[in-house]
Ligand binder design. Structure first.
Ligand code: AMP
Ligand code: MG
Length: 304
């Protein structure tokens, strides 16, 4: 029986930690987690806005063309477009250039500043991204930078979880975005703490969960280094940091959904945000600036 079944690595500008309750051997654990980490590397290689060679940035360089893209990028963009439509544009992956202009423009390992050579005269929206499902092509009708930062980590967690599935009971934590399978070391549902957005070290709630993802978008997570020092979630109507909410947490069957919807709910605010979560049949909670907490009624099933 293996002993220390934990592995942590820095990828996607965050610490990825994988833990298994048991494994046939240390070697089996190492092998499964290596495959899992490969997915984080692959998603980053395809989806990174900070690498001019990534598939998504290659697409950015070809405005007005039908560009055939690989299945990973196509499905990710297609999913992001669904959430954009459903959230009435509060979620909008065309915020990349605005993010870059606001100072979210440094590669986390090299520190290199990215400067995307486009001229973005009019502010683009998700409606400027056209997909052809049959041919797997994407066309950008205006110069724009696609930012998949609100979904990529979730996608990578889901792909990694597939690799760890044979281990049975496990958790994957990517900087606070989490997927848990089965039971914890004590045979109980996993406990996931949702941190208080303003009080360091304090928890808003501890959720008891199994076989779900829990993702949080918080205004405390990343600040721009240049620009106005705002946080990393933009209201696409203004291209400034969304300001009503301080944190949004979503519990969903998969991490890509939880990741995207937490970002979308953050921008929409409590009323419309919770309505969106209910439409997608997921649970979640939002905290506003004045520290009022709102949650979907059925979130209670995860609270002891
Ligand atoms: P998250 O931490 O999952 O909420 O994702 C935040 C990331 O999503 C940011 O770092 C940006 O890359 C991207 N992003 C920011 N604002 C939006 C938005 N309104 N819609 C979609 N993606 C966004
Ligand atoms: Mg997100």
């Amino acid at each position: 029986m293996a002993t220390d079944l934990v592995r942590s690595v820095v990828l996607m500008d965050t610490v990825i930690s994988m833990r298994a309750v048991r494994a046939p051997s240390d070697e089996a654990f190492d092998e499964r987690t290596e495959h899992a980490l490969d997915w984080f590397r692959e998603v980053e290689r395809v989806c990174s806005r900070f690498d001019p060679r990534s598939e998504v940035m290659q697409l950015t360089a070809r405005v007005g063309e039908d560009v055939e893209v690989g299945p990973l990028l196509f499905e990710t963009i297609a999913f992001a477009m669904d959430v954009a439509r459903e959230s009435d544009g509060a979620f909008d992956p065309t915020v990349g250039y605005a993010m870059e202009s606001l100072g979210f423009n440094r590669h986390y390992t090299t520190g290199h500043r990215i400067v995307t050579p486009i001229e973005q005269r009019e502010r683009p929206t998700y409606r400027d991204v056209m997909l052809d499902v049959g041919r797997h092509t994407v066309r950008l009708s205006k110069p724009l930078v696609l930012d998949l930062g609100a979904v990529a980590k979730g996608l990578a967690i889901d792909l990694a979880a597939r690799e760890l599935r044979p281990l049975g009971d496990f958790s994957i934590d990517a900087g606070g975005d989490v997927y848990v399978a089965g039971r914890n070391e004590r045979g109980d549902p996993w406990r996931i703490g949702v941190r208080h957005p303003r009080r360091e070290g304090e928890m808003l709630a501890v959720l008891r969960v199994a076989d779900v993802a829990v993702c949080t978008s918080g205004d405390y997570e990343r600040r721009s280094t240049g620009g106005d020092g705002g946080h990393h979630i933009l209201d696409p109507r203004t291209d400034r940091s969304a300001s009503d909410v301080t944190s949004a947490t979503v519990v969903a069957q998969n991490a890509m959904l939880a990741d995207a919807l937490s970002t979308a709910a953050f921008v929409l605010g409590p009323e419309r945000g919770l309505a969106l979560l209910e439409r997608f049949d997921v649970d979640g909670m939002l905290v506003t600036r004045n520290e009022t907490c709102f949650s979907t009624p059925s979130l209670a099933r995860y609270l002891p």
